[in-house]
Design a protein around this ligand. Structure first.
Ligand code: F6R
Length: 242
């Protein structure tokens, strides 16, 4: 794993955006794997700026998001569909038909998982996958204990994850109990992975990811086995790295 040292959140976001811009300029029909949460918000702002400055076009890009809550429709402002459209897709020239998220409101959720996994493969697989990391080591919504062999699947969200994400909802009761997420196996098939880490509250997780044992109890640890992972971490996130 290669670690790029950013000074702060802004620099982490700029460095990640330049990797995306470089990728899309090198291969205009790139397949991007995208994440939600607080961490990539700055990255998306920088990407929008690069697009507005005429430095990149997403016309031929396909994207797949990692995950979506179960039971929230597209208009719900807490859905990841809403997040992605408001924070990125509506501000760049990506074809919205090619900007994919799992449909957490599907009638048959299992069929939706199978369809999504197949769609990623039919698009040729993910060229660059952006990841954040949860305090408990989750990537996507693959919570501790998830088998490394899983592809896109339905998960019961950990109580700690629901509490961490409650900040976006009116109350913890409103946080969905389940989500659809790409599995660890789906993520590991990406050709390149860029993991963003910011802030001192993520410092312990980053240390475990880099130096801890590879175990399903800390899902992100599997990234040690991927041949092309870049971690972009700011100073605070690196404060416990041994
Ligand atoms: C989001 C996702 C999650 C987040 C993680 C960190 O699509 O899959 O794994 O990356 O929960 O979230 P933040 O960035 O809000 O700390």
């Amino acid at each position: 794993m290669h670690i790029i040292k950013a000074e702060n959140y802004k620099e982490m976001s700029e460095l990640a955006a330049s990797k995306i811009v470089e990728q899309v300029n090198k291969k205009s029909d790139s397949v991007l794997g995208l994440a939600t949460g607080s961490t990539p918000e700055g990255l998306y702002k920088e990407v929008i700026q690069a697009y507005k400055d005429g430095n990149v076009s997403f016309k031929n890009v396909t994207s797949f998001n990692l995950d979506e809550y179960v039971g929230l429709n597209k208009d719900n402002d807490q859905s990841y569909y809403y997040y992605m459209h408001h924070l990125l897709f509506d501000h760049i020239d990506i074809n919205s038909d090619q900007a994919n998220l799992p449909n957490g409101d599907a009638n048959d959720l299992q069929e939706e998982c199978n369809r999504y996994e197949k769609a990623i493969q039919q698009a040729g697989g993910i060229d660059i996958q952006i990841l954040g990391i949860g305090l408990n080591g989750h990537i996507g919504f693959n919570e501790p204990g998830t088998l490394f062999s899983m592809q896109t699947h339905i998960v019961d969200l950990d109580e700690s994850t629901r509490q961490a994400n409650a900040r976006f909802f009116n109350s913890i009761e409103d946080v969905p109990l389940q989500a659809i997420t790409m599995g660890i196996d789906s993520i590991m098939q990406s050709k390149e992975i860029i993991l963003l880490v910011s802030g001192s509250q993520k410092a312990e997780a980053l240390d475990k990811l880099v130096n801890g044992p590879i175990t399903e109890d800390f899902p992100a640890s599997i990234l040690q086995k991927h041949s092309n992972v870049t971690i972009i971490a700011d100073r605070e996130a690196r404060s416990e790295l041994s």
